[in-house]
Design a protein around this ligand. Structure first.
Ligand code: SF4
Ligand code: SF4
Length: 236
């Protein structure tokens, strides 16, 4: 079906005189001025419920006031900590493998005295390359990475400041599940009574890089991987 552009409406005689239109404009201007001058700004802390009746000044005092993001908003990543402050992440590389932007870099270390468990010695996300798809969160078998911070990437002067490492990523409230191995067998950093409390409160069980031409200077998954390989080879 052809698309028809609306034709320009013919200008009426009243509009052509301009006087009535000028008076109408002045009336709107005066109304806004009087309302904003004589009535205080709506201060309801629930900014979404603010009334526009008394004051037309409905702007927010950003950054003190921010419109909350909707519940499904995928914000900046965080690595979920355990109660002892260590990351829940077991360095399985699932998130880095599934990431379509190849912007996650992980190096795994072995837990002392444990033949199985691993932890990330390095966990880096380039937030500028991230396409905010949430695949990493979906892929994680340990609920160790989330995008529930409700924050977007803050503006920075340098691209390198958008590269988030383990120290910056590890934050937020800890989460425990009944199947967490460190929770079952105990962790040296957690006192026994705290461990018992955590066990009681733990949630039940719920249900390769193509980075040669990385856009962010100083960060390249391949470069980091090559460095790691070189370090390993030097150790041999
Ligand atoms: S949200 Fe998507 S693009 Fe961003 S790090 Fe996760 S998997 Fe990669
Ligand atoms: S998928 Fe989860 S546990 Fe595996 S490396 Fe990523 S954050 Fe860590």
């Amino acid at each position: 079906m052809p698309y028809h552009l609306p034709q320009d409406k013919p200008v009426s005689l009243r509009e052509r005189l301009y006087l009535t239109e000028a008076i109408r404009g002045l009336r709107i201007l005066t109304t806004h001025f009087v309302r904003n001058f004589f009535f205080s700004r709506e201060t309801n802390p629930d900014i979404l419920a603010r009334s526009r009746k008394l004051s037309l000044n409905a702007t927010l005092a950003y950054p003190e006031e921010k419109v909350p993001y909707p519940p499904g908003y995928r914000g900046l990543h965080r690595l979920v900590p355990r109660e002892d402050g260590k990351p829940r992440c077991v360095a399985c590389y699932m998130c880095a493998t599934v990431c379509p932007a190849q912007c996650i870099y992980i190096e795994a270390g072995e837990v002392d005295g444990d033949p199985i468990e691993k932890y990330p010695t390095q966990f880096v996300i380039d937030e500028l390359r991230c396409v905010v798809c949430g695949f990493c969160v979906e892929a994680c078998p340990k609920d160790a990475i989330r995008m529930d911070t409700g924050e977007h990437a803050p503006p920075t002067y340098e691209r390198s400041q958008q590269i988030w490492d383990l120290k910056r990523l590890l934050r937020g409230t800890p989460v425990s599940y009944q199947y967490d191995p460190w929770l079952r067998r105990g962790a040296s950093a957690i006192p026994e009574e705290k461990l018992a409390e955590m066990r009681a409160n733990a949630r039940p069980f719920p249900s390769v890089a193509t980075d040669e031409y990385a856009q962010t200077p100083g960060f390249s998954v391949r470069a980091l991987a090559a460095e790691a390989r070189a370090r390993n080879e030097a150790k041999k």
